[in-house]
Design a protein around this ligand. Structure first.
Ligand SMILES: CCCCC/C=C\C/C=C\C/C=C\C/C=C\CCCC(=O)SCCNC(=O)CCNC(=O)[C@H](O)C(C)(C)COP(=O)(O)OP(=O)(O)OC[C@H]1O[C@@H](n2cnc3c(N)ncnc32)[C@H](O)[C@@H]1OP(=O)(O)O
Length: 194
């Protein structure tokens, strides 16, 4: 069974999301937003190394292959890791809106066990926007992009100013992120393209 709670139902004044004109073209890989990110970063040996690709409209596809380091039960992916994969894919959508946002709420359905070695084929879409609130949904399929749905999620992301990270993050990582020229380019892009 599935279905999200009232907190994830867009309000009556919600509008359709608008893809930013400078969003990456459909098919383009997004790359990691931060090397240290557990979801997508290349600097995390046991991270998910999830690769997200822009789709049409405000949609993303992504792939993640479950490694031995991601187990919960023997030979099976940990549910929290699968939720991370959904969260990361959903978070990537905000890059197509050029909005900086964090997950406020994430509701997940686990429909099938996902064995180690499985590639999860994820797909996510922004369904509505209401002020700072971004409502989105995602599925993860096994056996191919058209395979059965193993996990799904509905989420609410909340737009934040870039200061959110400088204010709340640990100083050493913030400093390192600020010294990474690509990171700053991306952060600046967020700021000048609201
Ligand atoms: C300087 C260098 C920096 C370099 C940075 C570089 C790159 C950054 C770029 C991108 C990175 C972005 C994200 C990371 C990417 C991917 C990872 C996946 C995503 C995540 O993993 S991200 C981590 C987990 N995430 C958090 O760490 C959030 C902790 N949290 C908070 O920081 C606050 O909680 C916040 C900001 C969410 C809200 O706080 P707030 O004070 O700003 O706003 P407020 O509370 O007023 O909420 C406004 C409206 O949202 C509704 N609302 C809020 N929360 C709700 C909930 N849970 N359920 C239902 N409705 C909710 C309210 O009801 C209200 O609705 P209304 O307007 O209708 O009244």
């Amino acid at each position: 069974m599935s279905g999200s709670s009232a907190a994830l139902q867009p309000p009556a004044d919600a509008v359709k999301p608008v893809r930013h004109p400078d969003a990456p073209a459909p098919g383009e890989l997004l790359g990691a937003h931060y090397g240290g990110c557990f979801g997508c970063g290349g600097d995390q040996p046991h991270g998910l190394h999830l690769e997200a690709r822009a789709g049409e409209g405000v949609r993303i596809t992504a792939e993640f292959t479950v490694q031995a380091a991601h187990q919960g039960a023997p030979g099976l992916a940990h549910g929290g890791v699968l939720a991370t994969a959904l969260d990361e894919t959903l978070g990537s959508l905000n890059w197509l809106l050029r909005t900086v946002a964090v997950t406020g709420r994430l509701e997940t359905d686990f429909l099938r066990p996902v064995p180690v070695g499985t590639t999860l084929h994820l797909e996510a879409e922004v369904v509505a926007v209401a002020g700072r609130k971004i409502y989105s949904t995602a599925t993860g399929r096994v056996g191919g992009p058209d395979g059965p749905v193993a996990v799904r999620a509905d989420a609410l992301f909340v737009e934040v100013k870039i200061d959110h990270f400088a204010q709340h993050g640990r100083p050493q990582e913030i400093r390192a992120a600020m010294e990474d020229p690509d990171q700053m380019r991306r952060a600046r892009a967020f700021e000048v393209n609201p």
